[in-house]
Write a protein that binds this ligand. Structure first.
Ligand code: SF4
Ligand code: SF4
Length: 440
């Protein structure tokens, strides 16, 4: 069995303490100096299944969050994963096509497949238009029916009422092409604090037509997710999670500056301005690492996933697997409990490193930006790039982002950073995100 898409070793991880922090913030295969993984392993199996709310379907507690690689998805299914999350928009339909190729070799009834449609109120949202798109999803998935069709990350509460979507879903159900309807959310695109993830998903729960939700919930972003999970419990709505490993990265700057110094280049004014703040945060993280003897960042990632699985209101965690190491690492968490030592480690991480995490589905600071830069969305794309290793996808998303991008931040005083209640040094992080997302 070959190993597809092995993650690139990142040289900056090899030596510095800062590198250890950076490794701690990567969700997938994490490589340390001197560490080499076995190339051939006996993959673990799923140990726990949970009822996905009123769908009644018993889903694996660890599930597939849209890998584009057929061999990786096959490995997941062979390990017992039976929930697959994909979307019309993932890699422009390629994720659905890859899913379709794999699932035809499995008992269709043993799998629960969710795909999603983004509803843009500026486009045709009629029943016919939605039906056409849903049928195209069915074609790409090469399947008789979709288990769940979700509205993909709506920005506004009103989008959940899109009658064309609900009418199309009803017709598809009547035709036996669809079983359930759902909704995903990870926050609005820009500054719409009043229409945040919590408000949208609570409204969807109250609406009554949604059977399954995909939401953000993690140990650094607990409260909103817990309220949504509680509402889902009351309505017996199935719950699936994303962004369960919340750690973000602040690095590459050190390497970048070192490289500039070596080359004798003048360090741009922007970096001179934000560097002291980032350096102070890095020093804090260093103290954390020394205090808790953090040698292996995988333990933070594992504890983060166990943290959400401990919550009985969570039904499955969608994991983005890029290679067999990811499959092994995520599947072995199935059915595992969070130990008290891990709980302490997460608390310590919150104390020492939470500052680098721009909270998913937040956006509180965005109304302070004079240029309407979508801070939270850009940092999410950066998360795709850096923490999930989906570099091309992240860059494509950033290139397609309408409106202002983070190059605006280079000439700004950082009003967003001042407004951030979590003390995230987001001004510098945005500058880094911009450079990363346009270059790579
Ligand atoms: S920088 Fe802070 S306030 Fe702004 S979106 Fe991120 S976490 Fe929220
Ligand atoms: S740094 Fe300035 S331009 Fe960039 S998002 Fe923050 S407030 Fe807006």
């Amino acid at each position: 069995m070959s190993k597809p898409n092995s993650m690139k070793r990142r040289n900056f991880l090899k030596s510095s303490t800062l590198g250890v922090v950076a490794a701690g913030v990567m969700s997938g295969k994490v490589v340390f100096a001197g560490e080499e993984k076995k190339s051939e392993v006996q993959l673990p199996k799923i140990k726990e299944f949970r009822t996905l709310g009123r769908t009644g379907f018993k889903v694996s507690d660890i599930s597939s969050g849209g890998p584009g690689d057929t061999a990786v998805l096959k490995a997941l299914l062979d390990a017992g994963v039976n929930y697959i999350d994909t979307a019309e928009g993932y890699s422009r339909g390629q994720s659905e096509i890859a899913t379709g190729k794999v699932i035809k070799n499995y008992d269709r009834k043993s799998l629960f497949i969710t795909t999603k449609l983004h509803l843009d109120p500026k486009k045709d949202m009629s029943k016919e238009a939605i039906l056409k798109r849903a049928r195209e999803c069915l074609g790409r998935l090469d399947t008789e029916y979709i288990d769940c069709l979700m509205i993909h990350a709506p920005d506004k509460v009103e989008t959940i009422k899109t009658e064309g979507f609900h009418a199309a879903a009803k017709q598809l159900k009547n035709e036996g092409k669809l079983k359930f309807v759902g909704i995903s959310n990870h926050g609005a695109q820009w500054g719409e604090e009043e229409d945040n993830m919590e408000k949208i998903l609570l409204a969807a729960a109250a609406d009554g037509r949604f059977d399954v939700m995909l939401l953000v919930y993690n140990f650094l972003r607990k409260e909103a997710g817990q309220r949504v999970l509680q509402a889902c419990k009351e309505k017996n709505i199935g719950t699936t999670l994303m962004k369960t490993n919340p750690v973000g990265t602040y690095l590459f700057m050190k390497d970048r500056l070192d490289a500039m110094k070596k080359e004798g280049k003048k360090i741009p004014e922007f970096w001179m301005k934000v560097l002291p703040n980032l350096k102070a945060r890095a020093d804090m993280a260093d103290s954390f690492i020394k205090k808790y003897d953090l040698k292996n960042p995988v333990e933070i990632r594992d504890a983060a996933i166990k943290f959400v699985l401990v919550n009985p209101d969570v039904h499955t965690v969608c994991c983005s697997c890029r290679n067999f190491d990811d499959v092994e690492n995520f599947v072995r968490l199935s059915g595992c409990a969070l130990s008290s030592a891990e709980t302490k480690k997460l608390s310590a991480y919150t104390e020492g490193c939470a500052q680098f995490y721009c909270r998913h589905a937040c956006g509180i600071c965005e109304s302070k930006c004079p240029h309407q830069v979508p801070v939270n969305t850009i940092m999410r794309y950066n998360h795709y790039f850096e923490a999930q290793g989906r570099e091309k996808y992240a860059m494509q998303k950033y290139a397609a982002l309408p409106g202002a991008k983070a190059d605006r931040c280079f000439d700004c005083s950082g009003y967003c950073e001042t407004a951030c209640p979590y003390d995230v040094p987001v001004h510098g992080l945005l500058g880094m995100a911009h450079e990363r997302l346009i270059l790579a």
